[in-house]
Design a protein around this ligand. Structure first.
Ligand SMILES: Nc1ncnc2c1ncn2[C@@H]1O[C@H](COP(=O)(O)OP(=O)(O)OP(=O)(O)O)[C@@H](O)[C@H]1O
Ligand SMILES: [Mg+2]
Length: 267
């Protein structure tokens, strides 16, 4: 299998569109504009990009960014082995060479000196300088850069620079409206729509507590976890405590409030 095929998304991922984001992404890709996907954790950002890569039939290379990441982790480095030194492309370089969609997940986590390496790839130059190797890569015509981030979790210190932000078009995602979210749960975990609706109700109760003791409401991801546990035979109240409440709070009052909402829903 060549390098390109290995990164293709082989099976159609299930993605439930919320609005016209699929068409808008296609337009951005057609112009090879860089894309930013913002939104809270577990709301479908990664699933959307995976789906788009599948739909466009392009390879997808995903990089989970973290604060220890250096530019070399993205671009590549020389390795020492028995045969001497050997250059190894980083994921960004591979994506630029083979014409993949490169998805930098949680990009704000990376240090700013790491983020600037993407700049020449995101403007008219579409190039990537490999300083250590003395090579200038011209991005493959199919290459596109996508970044994601969760606004709100970051301190001001960790925000992206305007000169980075203003190289991207952006999608703002949020948890889907109730009927759409119930549809996602019932499809993802193969549960009946009535049960999916009950789980979504608990999710919405928790989202109303955001800012009142909760930093973030229950994500669609956690609702899928609860649905999956129930599908596997776990008693709904246990499944909800385990998947929806215990992960998101250490506060006894909030925990009791949410447990109570679960008991009422499944009374
Ligand atoms: N629109 C959607 N269509 C299908 N599944 C969805 C959708 N939104 C959320 N999901 C479900 O929620 C899960 C989490 O979504 P995803 O991994 O895309 O979150 P994310 O926004 O990338 O979160 P994070 O910021 O934590 O990485 C998916 O695995 C899927 O089960
Ligand atoms: Mg993600």
């Amino acid at each position: 299998m060549d390098n390109k095929e290995q990164y293709k998304v082989r099976k159609e991922p299930f993605y439930q569109a919320q609005r016209n984001e699929v068409a808008l992404y296609e337009a951005a890709y057609a112009a090879r504009l860089p894309v930013m996907v913002k939104g809270p954790t577990g709301c479908g950002k990664s699933r959307f990009i995976e789906y788009m890569a599948w739909k466009l039939n392009k390879p997808l290379i995903t990089v989970a960014c973290n604060e220890d990441m250096t530019a070399s982790d993205l671009v590549g480095r020389y390795l020492l082995d028995a045969g001497g030194t050997r250059w190894l492309d980083g994921p960004l370089t591979t994506a630029a060479r083979i014409g993949a969609i490169c998805y930098l997940d949680e990009v704000v986590e990376a240090r700013q000196d790491t983020t600037v390496v993407i700049h020449p790839l995101t403007d008219h130059r579409r190039t990537l300088p490999l300083d250590k190797k003395g090579e200038l890569i011209k991005a493959h015509p199919d290459f596109q850069l996508v970044i994601s981030y969760n606004p709100g979790y970051q301190s001001l210190m960790k925000d992206l620079k305007q000169s980075t932000k203003q190289r991207f078009t952006a999608f703002e995602f949020d948890y889907p409206e109730a009927s759409v979210e119930a549809g996602i749960l019932s499809k993802e975990a193969d549960i009946d729509p009535g049960l999916a609706g009950q789980l979504v109700k608990i999710g919405q109760a928790a989202r109303n507590l955001k800012g009142h003791g909760l930093d973030e409401g229950i994500s669609t991801r956690l609702l899928v976890y609860a649905a999956t546990l129930i599908k596997g035979g776990v008693e709904p109240r246990d499944a909800c405590r385990m998947a929806l409440v215990r992960p998101i709070t250490d506060d006894a009052d909030i925990r009791d409030t949410l447990d109570h909402a679960i008991d009422t829903t499944f009374a």
